[in-house]
Design a protein around this ligand. Structure first.
Ligand code: SAH
Ligand code: SF4
Ligand code: F3S
Length: 480
C-alpha cells in the first residue's frame, strides 16, 4: 500500500453548484499529453474498466480506454489478470454507490496478491467530498481518484502513482471546459455514443448530476458534425446524441438549436439517429417537426415525467405541471403518430401522499408509455431535497413502486402485442444473452427483439417478423 497521498485537487460541492452563465466554455484540443519518459508504460500490461451509470459514463469509459491504449495497455475481461482496474462510478441513487463500495472491497485481496496492481476510481461518485474522504481514509487499496473533469490528465496521474509511488487524487469541481479530440476506443463498430453537450443547469431538487458534471455546455456543432461524418465513413449505422438535457443544446454558445443540429445530423445520412435525454421543458415545436420529417431520426422519445402530481413536480423543481406535460405528449403524438414514448418516474419523493401517487398512476394510464424506468427516491447528500423530511416509509415506497411497475407493464405488453405478425427493422447486436442461437437487436423505436437469424448479419439492419410479444421483449424470425 502506498504511504503518501498527493491531493492535486479535491471536490467541493458548493463550488460545483456555481453557475456563471456569461462565461463560455474553453475548447481544448488534443489535451491528452503523455509524458516523454512514460511513453509505452502500458506495453505488455492490461486494463479492465467497469462502468456504472448512464450513457455519459459509457462514453467516458471509451475515452479512458482510448487513453490507456495510447499508453500501450490492452484490454482484459478479467480483473484477475489486470494491471490497472478503473471503476467509472455513478451516484444518482444510493444503490449505485453501494455496489461500487462492495466491488472496491472485493478488490482488496487482489491488491494484496499483486501489489503492482493500480486501482482507480473515477466518475460521478468521486465528485462528492464525503466519498473521497471515505475512499482516502478507509480504502487504502485505491491508488487513483480522478473526477469527471480530469479524465484527460490520466497519463500523468498514472505516472505520479507509479513513479512517485503515491496515491493520487485529482478532482476538480469547476464548471468544466470541453476537451475535443480525445483518444477513444469505442465499444461497438456500428453503434456510437456522441456527446453533444455536458453538464446540467436544471438542478432538479433530488438530483446530484448538476454537482457532478458541471455547467451545461455545448460542443461546437462543427465538431459534432465532423465526428458523425467520420463515424458514417467508418460504417457506423447508428449514433445516439447524448446530453443530460439535449433540448438546451447550443443555447450557451449561440450555436445551432438542438432541432437545427438534429436536421444537420439527419442530412449526413447515417441510418439511425437517437438522442437522450430530452427534458419536457423546452421541447420545441421545431424539434417535433424535425423528428417527424426525417426517416433516419428514430421515432422514440425518452421524456422523463418524474411524477404526475403538480405539487410533487413543484417540489422537484421540474418547471412544468402535469397539464403542460400532457399537452406536449399530445402535440408530439399528433405530429409523429407512431412515436414510442418512454419515461423516468420517481416514487416516494418527500411529501408524496397517496393522492399524489395516484396522480402519477393516472398520468401513466393516460399516456400509456411504451416503457419506463421507475425508481424509489433516494436522498442525495447536498441536494435541496435531502433537506426535506424523507417522510414516506420504505414499505409504502415499495408498495407504490410495485403498483407503478405493474401499471407500466400492463400498457407495455398491450403496445408490444400490436407488433405481432408485423415486420420490423432490427439493427443486429449479436447472440442474445440467454441463448447463443438467438440473435438480439433493437427496432427503430428501441424495442428489444430476440430472433432466429443469420449471425453474419451482426452490425447490419435486417427485417424481422414478430411472432410473439412479451412484456419487455419481442420474439421473431428474420425474413427477406
Ligand atoms: N437528465 C435526465 C436524467 C438523468 S438521471 C433527465 O432529466 O431526464 C436519470 C433518472 O434517475 C432521472 O430521470 C430520475 O428519474 C432518476 N433519479 C435521479 N435522481 C434520483 C434520486 N435522487 N432518487 C431516485 N431517482 C433519481
Ligand atoms: Fe438531474 Fe434534472 Fe438535470 Fe436531469 S434535468 S440531470 S434530473 S437535474
Ligand atoms: Fe450517474 Fe453521473 Fe450518469 S450520477 S446517471 S453516471 S451523470
Amino acid at each position: 500500500m502506498k504511504k503518501y497521498t498527493n491531493i492535486i485537487s479535491s471536490p467541493n460541492m458548493k463550488l460545483a453548484a456555481v453557475r456563471d452563465l456569461k462565461k463560455n466554455p474553453e475548447y481544448e484540443y488534443n489535451s491528452v499529453v503523455i509524458p516523454e519518459d512514460f511513453k509505452n508504460y502500458g506495453v505488455n500490461k492490461k486494463y479492465f474498466i467497469r462502468t456504472y451509470g448512464c450513457q455519459g459514463n459509457l462514453r467516458d469509459s471509451e475515452v479512458i480506454a482510448g487513453i490507456l491504449r495510447e499508453l500501450g495497455y490492452t484490454q482484459t475481461d478479467s480483473v484477475d489478470n489486470a494491471d490497472i482496474i478503473i471503476l467509472n462510478t455513478c451516484c444518482v441513487r444510493e444503490n449505485a454507490e453501494k455496489k461500487v463500495f462492495g466491488e472496491i472491497g472485493t478488490l482488496k485481496s487482489l491488491k494484496q496478491k499483486n501489489p503492482g496492481l493500480l486501482i482507480g476510481v473515477c466518475g460521478c461518485m468521486v465528485q462528492q467530498e464525503h466519498i473521497v474522504d471515505t475512499l482516502l481514509s478507509k480504502y487504502q487499496q485505491v491508488d487513483l481518484i480522478f473526477g469527471t473533469h480530469n479524465i484527460h490528465q490520466l497519463p500523468s496521474l498514472i505516472k505520479d502513482a507509479v513513479l512517485a509511488n503515491e496515491r493520487v487524487c485529482s478532482v476538480l469541481s469547476n464548471q468544466g471546459d470541453i476537451q475535443e479530440d480525445l483518444p477513444s476506443c469505442r465499444e461497438s463498430t456500428y453503434k456510437a455514443w456522441v456527446n453533444i453537450m455536458y453538464g446540467c443547469n436544471k438542478f432538479c431538487t433530488y438530483c446530484i448530476v448538476p454537482y457532478t458534471r458541471g455547467k451545461e455546455r455545448s460542443r461546437k456543432s462543427v465538431d459534432i458534425l465532423n465526428e458523425i461524418k467520420q463515424l458514417k465513413e467508418m460504417g457506423y449505422k447508428e449514433v445516439t446524441l447524448l446530453g443530460q438535457n439535449v433540448n438546451a443544446y447550443g443555447k450557451d454558445i449561440n450555436d445551432l438549436s438542438f432541432a437545427q443540429l438534429m436536421e444537420q445530423v439527419a442530412l449526413i445520412g447515417i441510418d439511425r439517429i437517437r438522442f437522450t435525454t430530452s427534458h419536457p421543458w423546452d421541447f420545441s415545436d421545431e424539434l417535433i417537426d424535425v423528428i417527424a420529417k426525417y426517416p433516419n431520426i428514430m421515432k422514440h422519445i425518452q421524456l422523463p415525467v418524474q411524477s404526475g402530481d403538480d405539487e410533487i413536480l413543484r417540489l422537484m423543481g421540474r418547471r412544468y405541471d402535469s397539464k403542460q406535460y400532457l399537452e406536449l405528449v399530445n402535440k408530439i403524438r399528433e405530429k409523429i403518430p407512431n412515436v414510442s414514448l418512454t419515461t423516468d418516474i420517481i416514487v416516494g419523493f418527500p411529501n408524496e401522499t397517496e393522492e399524489a401517487f395516484n396522480n402519477t398512476l393516472k398520468l401513466c394510464e393516460e399516456v400509456k408509455y411504451d416503457s419506463a424506468f421507475t425508481f424509489i427516491y433516494s436522498p442525495r447528500v447536498g441536494t435541496p431535497a435531502a433537506k426535506m423530511k424523507d417522510n414516506v416509509s420504505m414499505e409504502t415506497k415499495k408498495l407504490r413502486f410495485n403498483k407503478l411497475t405493474a401499471t407500466i407493464a400492463k400498457y407495455e405488453l398491450l403496445k408490444y402485442k400490436t407488433y405481432e405478425n408485423k415486420i420490423v427493422k432490427v439493427l443486429v447486436d449479436g447472440p442474445s444473452k440467454k441463448n447463443d442461437e438467438i440473435l438480439s437487436g433493437y427496432t427503430e423505436d428501441n424495442k428489444l427483439v430476440n430472433f432466429k437469424g443469420d449471425i453474419s448479419k451482426v452490425g447490419s439492419i435486417v427485417n424481422v417478423k414478430i411472432t410473439k410479444a412479451k412484456t419487455y421483449t419481442l420474439e421473431g424470425e428474420e425474413v427477406e
